[in-house]
Design a protein around this ligand. Structure first.
Ligand code: MD3
Ligand code: FE
Length: 212
C-alpha cells in the first residue's frame, strides 16, 4: 500500500486523537477529483435544508453504502439518495484505500468507511461550528481530505463556546479525528474568492465515516 501513496509526509499532532497528515493525498489529487466528478454525475451536488429550514451554503453528495442527509426531519444516514431515489454511488476503491491508509498512519487500525460525505464549497460558503455525532460508533475516527482552494478550519474544544483555533487546510491535506478529539467542535470559515489549478474557485472535502 505504501507504493500507492508514496513516502510519509508531515505528521502534525493537533490534539490528543487528532493529527494532520500534510499533503498525504497530494499524489492522488487528480484521481480523487475524477472520482468526485463521476459520483456527482449520478448523485448531483445539492444544497440540503437544515432541520431549522435553512439552506446550507455548502453543497453535498455522498458515496458508499450510506450517505449523510439533512432535511426538516433532522440529520441521518440513509442508504437512498433522496434526490434520485436510488442508492448512493459505490465508494471508489481509491477512497477506501486512502482513508484506511490515513487512519492506520494515525494509529487507527482496521478503519472501514461506510460513508463518504463530499462537501463542495464555493466562494462565500461556510460550515458553522458543530460536532459530528450522527454516527453510532464514536470509537471510530473520521478521516477528512481537502482538495482545491485553501480553507480556514476552525477547531474549537469540547464546548461550543471554547474559542476556536484556526489552521489552514490545503489541497492534499488529510486530517484524522478520533479518540478524545472525536467530539471536538469544528467548522470552516467563509471561503475566500480565489482559484486553485485543480478545482477553480471550489474547495472539496471528503469525510470518511463508519456510520453504524
Ligand atoms: C473534527 N467538514 O463534513 S473536515 C463535516 O472541511 C465537516 O468540509 C469540514 O466538518 C470540511 O462534518 C471539516 C474536518 C473534520 C471532519 C470531521 C470531524 C474535523 C472533525 C469530526 C470530529 C472532529
Ligand atoms: Fe464536521
Amino acid at each position: 500500500m505504501d507504493d500507492l501513496f508514496g513516502e510519509d509526509r508531515t505528521f502534525l499532532p493537533l490534539d490528543p486523537g487528532a493529527c494532520l497528515l500534510g499533503g498525504f493525498a497530494l499524489a492522488n489529487g487528480p484521481v480523487l477529483l475524477d472520482a468526485i466528478a463521476t459520483i456527482a454525475a449520478v448523485a448531483p451536488f445539492r444544497h440540503l435544508e437544515t432541520p431549522g429550514g435553512r439552506r446550507m451554503s455548502v453543497a453535498m453528495t455522498n458515496a458508499g453504502r450510506l450517505g449523510w442527509v439533512s432535511d426538516r426531519r433532522g440529520y441521518r444516514y440513509d442508504e437512498i439518495d433522496p434526490c434520485t431515489g436510488k442508492a448512493w454511488p459505490k465508494m471508489p476503491l481509491v477512497f477506501t484505500e486512502l482513508s484506511r491508509h490515513a487512519a492506520a498512519t494515525a494509529d487507527f487500525q482496521d478503519f472501514m468507511p461506510e460513508a463518504c460525505l463530499i462537501n463542495r464549497y464555493e466562494p462565500g460558503a461556510k460550515l458553522s461550528l458543530h460536532q459530528d455525532r450522527d454516527e453510532r460508533n464514536l470509537d471510530q475516527p473520521i478521516v477528512s481530505v481537502s482538495l482545491g482552494v485553501d480553507a480556514r478550519f476552525l477547531w474549537g474544544g469540547e464546548k461550543r463556546l471554547d474559542r476556536p483555533r484556526r489552521i489552514i487546510l490545503q489541497h492534499g491535506d488529510v486530517v484524522v479525528w478520533g479518540g478524545p478529539a472525536r467530539l471536538t467542535f469544528h467548522g470552516i470559515d467563509t471561503l475566500d474568492l480565489s482559484s486553485h489549478p485543480a478545482t477553480g474557485s471550489f474547495r472539496f472535502n471528503l469525510t470518511f465515516r463508519k456510520a453504524t
